[in-house]
Write a protein that binds this ligand. Structure first.
Ligand SMILES: CC(C)(COP(=O)(O)OP(=O)(O)OC[C@H]1O[C@@H](n2cnc3c(N)ncnc32)[C@H](O)[C@@H]1OP(=O)(O)O)[C@@H](O)C(=O)NCCC(=O)NCCS
Length: 190
């Protein structure tokens, strides 16, 4: 079981494990094509029943220490409006993959930049990860800026890796090592 501190909280958002009662909020926020177009694992259209099934999967994966998915709750809004995950946690290599999305209404307010910093802090400090990886569609410039601001470096590009909506997309591959993360105080002070 992945143990969490009492609070994972910044100035704008807090992160918390999902409850089955979050299903409606997750569905409402992820169902828009503008949100899921660059999320290769999320179906579009998004079937309503999938949100509850997904929450249960996140609870099981946390119990088994495989992945950690947390809901993003902005201050003053007592609802989950997006998700952030450290997936495929590999104990031997001390590695995990970062993924995230936010409901469209909540974009451009700095929520995800802060959520990424909070999650990285948890990953490097609490889980003692050596490396966090993240991939984005080449077209997803907003996400690439978030990763670069958080200290990630581009490590490669996989050409025409993903087929989404009958079109091939290249993938930009990012990585961040603990040594680089801890070198720069601005990244780990959320
Ligand atoms: C990518 C995504 C998560 C970004 O979330 P977000 O919360 O809007 O991101 P942020 O607000 O932190 O940063 C976005 C911009 O807002 C700006 N911003 C930051 N704080 C701000 C504030 N307080 N007020 C206004 N704008 C702000 C940032 O500077 C940034 O602008 P820039 O990239 O031009 O520099 C969101 O667009 C999304 O969910 N997209 C679909 C899913 C997706 O692509 N997921 C990633 C897959 S790899």
């Amino acid at each position: 079981m992945l143990k969490l501190p009492l609070k994972i909280e910044g100035l704008l958002v807090r992160l918390r494990p999902l409850k089955t009662s979050d299903a409606e909020d997750i569905y409402k926020n992820v169902k828009d094509k503008i949100v899921s177009q660059y999320l290769s694992q999320v179906p579009y259209p998004y079937p309503k029943h999938l949100a509850l099934k997904y929450i249960k999967t996140t609870q099981r994966n946390r119990r088994l220490s495989r992945s950690l998915t947390l809901g993003i709750v902005p201050c003053g809004i007592n609802r989950v409006v997006g998700l952030i995950s450290l997936m495929n946690i590999n104990k031997q290599n001390q590695e995990a993959f970062l993924g995230y999305w936010l409901g469209y209404k909540y974009w451009n307010q700095g929520y995800m930049s802060e959520a990424v910093n909070l999650m990285l802090n948890f990953g490097f400090v609490n889980l003692k990860l050596h490396r966090v990886s993240a991939n984005t569609f080449e077209e997803n410039k907003i996400s690439q800026r978030i990763l670069k601001r958080a200290g990630f470096k581009i490590e490669g590009k996989a050409i025409n890796k993903i087929c989404r909506f009958n079109k091939w997309h290249s993938e930009i591959q990012f990585g961040l090592l603990d040594s680089d993360y801890f070198k720069n105080e601005k990244y780990y002070r959320v």
